[in-house]
Ligand binder design. Structure first.
Ligand code: HEC
Length: 140
């Protein structure tokens, strides 16, 4: 066979191979797409509708009225709204950050919450709680 007849085939093979490589790169890129952005925050954030279910899911197993007294220092019964409000108030925290937010974000100087690192709130849920605190941490 003449070289001139082989060359186009080799080029063709090259095109197919680079096509496959591109496809591979595309599917790889697809898998590393970051999580979708948070759903937009509700215009009016309600403690009972939006915040409480998150605390019940992620925090009550240690912070409800049955369990909180077994915690070190016996702090923070989340079933008592006044305590939720106290720990959510930035002025009662440190460096302008509330214990609620600092703990959930595992910031330096704060204790990571949940304490055991299991089944914590998502970044979007933390953003929602922050918006509720910023709006005055109302019992609404
Ligand atoms: C596995 C048990 C556990 C879970 C779940 C848990 N906590 Fe705690 N929490 C603790 C313990 C223990 C303390 C007391 C820590 C101490 O004083 O050393 C505490 C204390 C706190 C305090 C008081 C301030 C402080 O730093 O002592 C806040 C605020 C708090 N937790 C927020 C949360 C939030 C918000 C969640 C849910 C996202 C949560 N915790 C889930 C165990 C837990």
């Amino acid at each position: 066979m003449k070289v001139s007849t082989l060359l186009p085939n080799r080029w063709g093979l090259g095109v197919i191979l680079s096509g496959l490589a591109l496809l591979g790169a595309c599917s790889y890129t697809h898998e590393t797409i970051p999580e979708p952005a948070c759903p937009s925050l509700p215009a009016a954030i309600s403690y009972k509708t939006h915040v409480l279910p998150i605390l019940q899911d992620d925090c009550y197993r240690c912070h409800d009225s049955q369990h909180y007294q077994t915690l070190a220092l016996g702090v923070f019964n989340m079933e008592n709204f006044n305590e939720v409000k106290y720990w959510s108030t930035p002025a009662n925290g440190q460096n302008g950050q509330s214990w609620m937010m600092g703990n959930m974000l595992s910031q330096p100087g704060f204790k990571p919450m949940p304490y055991d690192g299991v089944h914590g709130p998502s970044a979007c849920e933390i953003a929602l709680i922050k918006a509720w605190i910023d709006a005055g941490a109302l019992n609404n």
